[in-house]
Design a protein around this ligand. Sequence first.
Ligand code: SF4
Length: 373
Amino acid sequence: MRSPLLEVENLGRQFVARRSAFGRPTATVTAVDAVSFSLDAGTTLALVGESGCGKTTLGRLLLRLIDPTAGRIYFDGRDVTTLRESELKSLRRNAQLVFQDPYASLNPRMTIGQILAEPLGLHEVVPRSHRAERVRELLRLVGLEPRAARLYPHEFSGGQRQRIAIARALAVKPKLIVCDEPVSALDVSIRAQVLNLLRDLQQRFGLAYIFISHDLAVVRHVADRVAVMHLGRIVEIGKREAIFGNPRHPYTRALLSAIPVPAPGAKRERIVLRGEMPSALHPPDGCAFHTRCPVAVARCRIERPELAGVIHATACHRADELPPAADIVPRHEGGSQILEQLMNAFRRRPDGQDGAGVDTLEKTAEKTAENPQ
Ligand code: SF4
């Protein structure tokens, strides 16, 4: 049996929140707490949850952009948890990051050609004499014209800048890309194009994605597996069909019930969570969700539930008692339908058939060539 590309065990990260006058830590915040999961090559794991739940910190821990304070990270079978900066070059090449805001992540003083050539030089992926050709190839891969290499980031739209950011991540031929809210800042039609591009690139190169998002309609279309995070911990993890078809954790149910239903006549009871997410500085005892959980019982205030289950795991004392969630998650939820239609529209080949891979990329290249702004 093939081992996973990425495996994390009890990963944790604490930050110092306050120090004494002498610089000694007096309060800490646990941003990521005892997180364990694995990710196979060529698959997508989505990390979802409200703002501040620790998903972005977890993404950066996986890339060793910040150091964990507990647990282990194995990449391609190798323990990379404690590698020193000088030893991290191989991980940095094989695991890349795409940010939410492509404009902030692209140096405005560099041309797109220079931006794409930079990692090639850094990691010596191709000889200097072949770099210009590799830059052209990367631009083609993300549906941009080769002449884009001479332009600057401000000369592109948001969607095109995100394509450039994806091309830069691809430059070093990674095995894993951590996508941190990669389409949140884009219009819905552009969103579908970028999601299709990510899917095509995954199929073509066998990429694995960690897809960080608060948008469950998007996650439904990209994820193979979904991990729901709350206050630094994974509270539910499983295959996409299980999470959307039968969510077992009350927090997951509340998140899913908030997906809009614009379909005429469609009815669904929204689970409204009362109150704010508890402070990570002073997390509640027992289950950290008990202060907002609509079905909490006395035990929940005392005893913290552990993640239980193998394929579909849930951290809730009452997961086995709750009724099925068919009424909470409708079969037709509008935001998702609209996105699906857009994604299919952008995947249609000139001959009228639905297509994927190179055909889609070339079609996109034609479109963007007509309108490079
Ligand atoms: Fe709600 Fe209790 Fe389950 Fe926590 S353990 S999610 S408080 S029922």
